[in-house]
Design a protein around this ligand. Structure first.
Ligand SMILES: Cc1cc2nc3c(=O)[nH]c(=O)nc-3n(C[C@H](O)[C@H](O)[C@H](O)COP(=O)(O)OP(=O)(O)OC[C@H]3O[C@@H](n4cnc5c(N)ncnc54)[C@H](O)[C@@H]3O)c2cc1C
Length: 372
């Protein structure tokens, strides 16, 4: 049975482990933290990612805990609609909407689909040196492929491809959370240097997010809630209702990074073996399109398909010689995934800049209509 070592048990690593296991691989997942992910806000899951979850055998488990999103709009602070977003246009087939799911619920359902004891928690894998040699312990230990899924600040990406490919600060800081306010419409509201988003959620609650221009690491001296109330004072309903009930405990804050420049490859093969990058380690993107986790799921399903043994073969290890067949499957994965994910990285950053525009907002509104 071919063996994969996976570094990082976030969404990308866990989903990849599920996909590879389903196609006959033995997997070992190393996760530096000592427990599964239990925090985080909601994630939008687009139809393409839902299709990937179906392929991984957990699509219905996701549908059971997620909230389908209705149509929405992009607005100005006074509430005027800049663009209407159609739920139907994002739909793969009837009923297949963008779904909003708690990150914790997604992590739980993915973890439940793993073979028992697949994850070694508290196992931080540091690169032992530059290039593939830095993974020798795992490749020598018998892994046919090492899957690098250690997130946007990936130390293994740097070791494999060089310091040139780093996480880059976008100039924007993101805040988000969930409050007990009932809302009915998805809205994202764009003002100068900041924006506010509302997504109706389960049981009369609302998932909200905001972003603002800020230097990395900057935190509001008087607390995030007071800062948010000041920055978004007078913005259209129901932003005020959300801010009214907000407490400091409701707010999660992250500075927003993407990977820049785009990677020249998502795979590294050599005499000592093969490594492949998935998820944010490969294509960390800003959350502006809500696609980072979605693309990690599509990576996982695609990689599993590329590394699956030919259906016609009846042999136990149908991949034959790992160095030959695995390398060919990885090359296919790179061809299928690099270009579309890098396009999304560029688009996401562009949307983030456009949303925060301080000048030429008339031109922006025109562009919005065209983009729609
Ligand atoms: C504000 C915000 C909102 C977002 N909203 C959405 C959304 O609506 N929809 C969407 O699709 N995406 C969204 N995203 C993006 C999404 O969160 C990420 O794309 C996704 O979490 C990436 O998953 P990952 O597994 O690649 O990386 P991570 O989640 O970062 O996981 C990496 C894992 O690797 C582990 N690790 C790191 N180094 C090592 C090591 N050396 N050894 C062992 N383990 C290691 C880490 O502990 C971690 O568990 C959002 C992101 C942000 C910041």
């Amino acid at each position: 049975m071919p063996h994969a070592t996976i570094i990082g048990a976030g969404i990308a690593g866990t989903a990849t482990a599920i996909g590879l296991t389903r196609t006959g691989w033995h997997v070992t997942l190393h996760e530096r933290t000592d427990h599964p992910e239990t925090s985080g806000a909601a994630l939008g899951i687009w139809p393409t990612a839902l299709a990937a979850l179906d392929e991984l055998g957990v699509g219905d488990a996701l549908r059971a805990v997620a909230t389908p999103q209705a149509a929405g709009s992009i607005r100005r602070p006074d509430g005027a609609v800049l663009a209407a977003l159609s739920a139907e246009r994002a739909t793969r087939r009837p009923g297949d909407h963008v779904h909003l799911v708690a990150r914790r619920d997604l992590a739980t359902l993915l973890a439940a689909a793993l073979p028992p004891d697949a994850v070694r928690y508290g196992s931080r894998i540091a690169p032992a040196g530059p290039g593939l040699g830095g993974l020798d312990d795992h490749l020598d230990g018998g892994a046919d492929v090492v899957v690098v899924a250690d997130g946007v600040f990936s130390a293994h990406r740097t070791a494999l491809l060089g310091r040139r490919y780093q996480a880059r600060y976008t100039g924007q800081s993101g805040l988000r959370g969930r409050v007990a306010v009932t809302t009915h419409e998805v809205t994202e509201t764009w003002g100068p240097g900041r924006r506010f988003g509302i997504t109706p959620y389960l049981d009369g609650t609302t998932n909200w997010y905001a972003s603002l221009d800020a230097p990395p690491g900057e935190r509001a001296a008087g607390g995030d809630v007071a800062m948010l109330r000041e920055l978004f004072a007078g913005w259209h309903d129901p932003i005020g209702q959300v801010l009214d009930v907000l407490t400091e405990d409701d707010v999660m804050r992250h500075d927003l990074y993407d990977v820049h420049p785009h990677l020249p490859t998502y795979i590294v093969s050599g005499g000592s073996g093969n490594a492949v990058l998935v998820g944010d380690a490969a294509h960390g993107m800003t959350p502006d399109l809500g696609r980072g986790a979605c693309e990690a799921l599509v990576d996982a399903a695609t990689l599993a398909r590329c590394l699956a043994p030919p259906a016609a073969s009846g042999s136990g290890n149908a991949l034959g010689s790992p160095s030959g067949s695995v390398a060919a499957g990885l090359a296919r994965y790179d061809r299928l995934r690099r270009r579309p994910t890098q396009l999304l990285q560029t688009l996401a950053r562009g949307v983030g800049r456009t949303a925060h525009a301080r000048h030429l907002t008339g031109m922006r509104d025109l562009l919005l209509r065209v983009a729609r």
